[in-house]
Ligand binder design. Structure first.
Ligand code: FAD
Length: 535
């Protein structure tokens, strides 16, 4: 850095520190300033700006007062202990990769964001233990990097998200789902151990054997009880290749019957991934997630549907090793024979396992090149009980959505018995439930149906419809406005959730961006006695 740059940097830092002093009081700032971390704090405007918005782009960005780039769990713990022990405890949020929709990883103006995914501070590399079939990873690690590392040993995690540029701590705070969840459960069902920094600044190791309540509470716990600094993820031998198949249906009943049949299979002969999506307009079959269909050979709905009405696409894969390439055709044929799709609508491709798992990133790069990635995303993800999925189809896919959707609409079923009841994640009270993911992008210069207000209003109508029709949906990646709604969201789990908050984050320091515990009134809760807050 030359002298001019150094002095302007120092000046900016000085102004940021002054702002901090005014906002949180000189004693708190002095305490932050004196926290001895191996990583570093930054007050630089560009760093504050970079953590102040998220993938959703639905809220005006609110810059925090400081960002911590930690190098260890102890760095995170030192910051939290400072907040916990101070007179006006300030909010602290872990930020994984900022892929939330509604500011869940933000703290507002008085907080400190812990930037978990920051390689430069020397956070630990993934450590694979091939004999024990697990990998230990830093909480801010991206799944794509976990995959790269484990593949060096011919191993891979079992349960995925569709997109890999998400952090381990971020998806484990929700659930982490994709087409493997029907068999392996969500990502939170495939964790063996965690290290967590609680809202009191304690570093706690937890697992099925040790601090069990905290272990299950943190999984799907929306960041409320602790910051995950390490996760031990279960592995399996990685397949080398994937046969990826899409088939179409015009009947929702037949489509869901086939999906439900496929997720009931758990033996050797089964598909490894079961998803699906809804096609209400022709553009969508060739949508951004469909790197599958070649742009030079777009699929014409009219070629498979006579009346242009809603179609449903089942998406399945069969994993295999190169050495099994002669049996995979046979296995796929046997499995497909049981399905009742439109016979002329089979689309098949074959690719490397890693390319299949990383498929959405290719679409991201395309959208980025057209400036269509960094746009508002009013996404709505719902878990719908199996018993009401056909009512949902009639009311939403064939009703509220009209014939333009502005983005992919995923739909696939999962088995509830693959979810651990003791986790904080919330699912409908039925053996089988569906994910319906309305993944829309808003365009300011698009048609009326692509505008943000239109899409937000449509989301509201969908939720109102479910409410009126008494379809007991649960939001996935939930966003609720009032505590009453949160209580209803958690249902039977609320009391435990609330009491765990009181135990592990009594001053409501962590993940305030989720807005579960409203108006934390941090300063009203007295700081603990100095002995318990010291380090
Ligand atoms: P952030 O958005 O940074 O954080 C999310 C929440 O977790 C915040 O409250 C934050 O404070 C908290 N948090 C973050 N790190 C930690 C930590 N280490 N410890 C404790 N709390 C923490 N989800 C699926 O399940 N399946 C999918 O297929 C899927 N696909 C997606 C595709 C795209 C393009 C996008 C944008 C999102 C997708 N998601 C999917 C949603 C994703 O799981 C959530 O956005 C999730 O929040 C992870 O994102 P993140 O790592 O950026 O976390």
């Amino acid at each position: 850095m030359n002298r001019e740059m150094t002095s302007s940097f120092l000046l900016m830092t000085f102004f940021a520190i002054c702002t901090l002093i005014i906002a949180v009081g000189p004693s708190e700032l002095l305490r932050i300033g004196t926290i001895n971390v191996d990583g570093h704090f930054t007050f630089h405007p560009s760093d504050l700006a970079s953590v102040s918005s998220d993938f959703g782009m639905l809220k005006s960005p609110e810059e925090p007062l400081a960002v911590l780039h930690p190098s260890s769990a102890e760095d995170v713990a030192r910051l939290v202990r400072t907040a916990y022990g101070s007179a006006t405890a300030f909010p602290i949020s872990a930020r994984g990769h900022g892929h939330s929709i509604n500011g869940q990883a933000a703290t507002g103006r008085n907080g400190v964001v812990v930037e978990m995914n920051h390689r430069k501070t020397g956070t630990p590399e993934p450590l694979v233990r091939p004999e024990e079939m697990y990998v230990d990873v830093w909480g801010g690690e991206l799944w794509v990097d976990v995959l790269k590392k484990t593949l060096e040993y011919g191993l891979a995690p079992k349960s995925w998200t569709d997109y890999l540029y998400l952090s381990v701590g971020g998806t484990l705070s929700n659930a982490g789902i994709s087409g493997q969840a029907f068999h392996h459960g969500p990502q939170i069902s495939n964790v063996l151990e965690l290290d967590v920094v609680t809202g009191k600044g304690e570093v706690m190791r937890c697992s099925e054997e040790q601090n069990t309540r905290l272990f299950h509470g943190v999984l799907g716990g929306l960041g409320q009880f602790g910051i995950i600094t390490r996760a031990r993820i279960s592995l399996e031998p990685a397949p080398q290749r994937v046969r990826w198949i899409r088939v179409l249906y015009s009947s929702f009943k037949v489509f869901t019957e086939d999906q439900e049949y496929l997720i009931s299979m758990h033996g050797q002969l089964k598909f490894d991934y079961v998803e699906g999506f809804v096609i209400v307009d022709e553009g969508l079959v060739n949508n951004w997630r469909s790197s599958f269909f070649s742009p030079r050979n777009p699929v014409k709905i009219s070629s498979v549907s006579s009346n242009g009405s809603v179609l449903y696409c089942l998406e399945i894969t069969k994993n295999y090793h190169d050495s099994d390439s002669d049996t995979v055709d046979q296995e796929v044929e046997i499995l497909m024979k049981k399905l009742n799709f439109i016979p002329t609508s089979v689309f098949t491709t074959d690719l490397q396992y890693v390319d299949f798992l990383d498929r959405v990133h290719k679409a991201e790069l395309k959208l980025r090149s057209k400036n269509l990635w960094e746009v508002p995303h009013p996404w709505l993800n719902l878990f719908v009980p199996k018993s009401r999925i056909s009512d949902f189809d009639k009311g939403v896919f064939k009703g509220i959505l009209g014939n333009k959707t502005s983005g992919p609409i995923l739909i696939y079923p999962m088995n509830n018995d693959k979810w651990d009841e003791r986790s904080s994640a919330v699912t409908p009270d039925e053996e089988v439930f569906y994910l319906v993911a309305l993944l829309r992008s808003a365009l300011s210069d698009g048609e009326e149906t692509q505008k943000l207000e239109y899409l937000k209003n449509q989301n509201r109508r969908i939720l109102e419809f479910c409410d009126k029709a008494k379809i007991s949906v649960k939001q996935y990646l939930p966003h609720h406005a009032t505590q009453e709604e949160w209580v209803a969201h958690f249902g039977d789990k609320w009391e435990r959730f609330r009491s765990m908050k009181a135990e592990f984050d009594p001053r409501h320091i962590l993940a305030t961006g989720q807005r579960i515990f409203h108006n934390p009134s941090l300063s009203l809760i007295p700081p603990p006695s100095s002995s318990s807050a010291s380090w």
